[in-house]
Ligand binder design. Structure first.
Ligand SMILES: CC(C)(COP(=O)(O)OP(=O)(O)OC[C@H]1O[C@@H](n2cnc3c(N)ncnc32)[C@H](O)[C@@H]1OP(=O)(O)O)[C@@H](O)C(=O)NCCC(=O)NCCS
Length: 226
C-alpha cells in the first residue's frame, strides 16, 4: 500500500496525540487552541496508508539572533508497528521540500546522540552534524526574580510546538537572560523555558542548574542549507 504525505488537519489531532504518546511518552493537548492553531498552519505533515495516520512531523519557523529565518524540524514520530518502512524518511523529505519554499535559509533539527535511526535519516538527507555536542536544559516557568531590561544580551525565541509553548534562551546566557526568559514565559503563558548549550560550557551549565533547570540528554544539531 502506498504511503501518502499531506498537511495535517485539525481532525488528525487524536492520531498525532496517540503516536506521540507511543514514541515520546509526550502528551499532546489535541483539543487546545494552541495545537488546533498549529494544525491549521500546514507545516505539520502526516503520513497515511489507506487513510490511516501512521506518522507525523511537526515543523515551524523561528528567527535567529541575526534575524534570519530558520526552519525547525521538531517532532517526528512513526507508530511503532509501521517503523522501518521508509515513512520517517518520507516525512523528512517532505519537510525539506516545504522548507525550501519558505523564507528560511537553513533547516535544523536537534537529535539525541543515541538516536541512531534519526541520525541515519539525517545522513541520508545530507544534513551536517554539529562538531560540538550539546545538552538540553529545561525548566518550568516561575516568577522572575527581578525584571530584566531589554538589553540583557541574549536572544529569546518564543515557540509554540505540538508538545508545549515555550521560550528558548539563545546567545550568551547570563542570569539576566534567564530572568528575561522567565518574565517572557510568564507574559506569554508558556509552559517551558529551555536552552541548548555546548557540553563544554560548564559555566552556563552551573548557572542553569542554579536556576533549577534540569539537564536532559546529549544532542547534536543537524542542519542543512536550503
Ligand atoms: C525515528 C523514526 C521517526 C523513524 O521512522 P521510520 O519510519 O522507522 O524511519 P525509516 O523507515 O524512514 O528509516 C529508518 C532508517 O533508519 C535505519 N535504522 C534503523 N535502526 C537503525 C539503527 N539502530 N542504526 C542506524 N540506522 C538505523 C533503517 O535502516 C532505515 O534506513 P534505510 O532508509 O537506509 O533503510 C521512528 O523510529 C520513531 O518514531 N522513533 C521514535 C521517535 C523519534 O526518535 N523521533 C525522532 C526524533 S524527534
Amino acid at each position: 500500500m502506498t504511503v501518502q504525505i499531506r498537511p495535517a488537519t485539525c481532525g488528525d489531532g487524536p492520531a498525532i496525540a496517540r503516536i506521540s504518546r507511543q514514541a515520546f511518552c509526550e502528551a499532546i493537548a489535541q483539543d487546545s487552541p494552541r495545537v488546533q492553531g498549529i494544525l491549521r498552519e500546514e507545516l505539520t505533515f502526516v503520513a497515511t496508508i489507506a487513510n490511516e495516520v501512521l506518522g507525523f512531523v511537526d515543523n515551524f519557523l523561528t528567527r535567529s539572533a541575526q534575524d534570519e529565518a530558520r526552519f525547525e524540524l521538531d517532532l517526528l514520530a512513526v507508530a511503532p508497528a509501521a517503523r522501518g518502512r521508509g515513512i520517517g524518511g518520507r516525512l523528512v523529505s517532505h519537510s525539506l521540500a516545504r522548507a525550501r519554499q519558505s523564507a528560511a535559509r537553513e533547516l535544523r533539527t536537534l537529535v539525541a546522540a543515541d538516536n541512531l535511526t534519526m541520525q541515519g535519516i539525517c545522513k541520508k538527507h545530507h544534513f551536517t552534524r554539529s562538531d560540538v555536542s550539546y545538552r538540553l536544559y529545561v525548566a518550568e516557568p516561575r516568577p522572575p526574580g527581578a525584571e530584566a531590561g531589554a538589553d540583557h544580551g541574549g536572544h529569546l525565541v518564543q515557540v509554540d510546538t505540538l508538545a508545549y509553548s515555550g521560550i528558548w534562551l539563545e546567545g550568551a546566557i547570563s542570569q539576566a537572560v534567564v530572568e528575561a526568559g522567565f518574565a517572557r514565559a510568564a507574559r506569554a503563558g508558556s509552559s517551558r523555558v529551555g536552552a541548548v548549550i555546548s557540553r563544554a560550557d560548564r559555566e552556563t551549565a552551573a548557572l542553569l542548574r542554579a536556576c533549577r533547570f534540569e539537564a536532559i540528554g546529549e544532542y547534536h544539531w543537524w542542519t542543512i542549507s536550503l
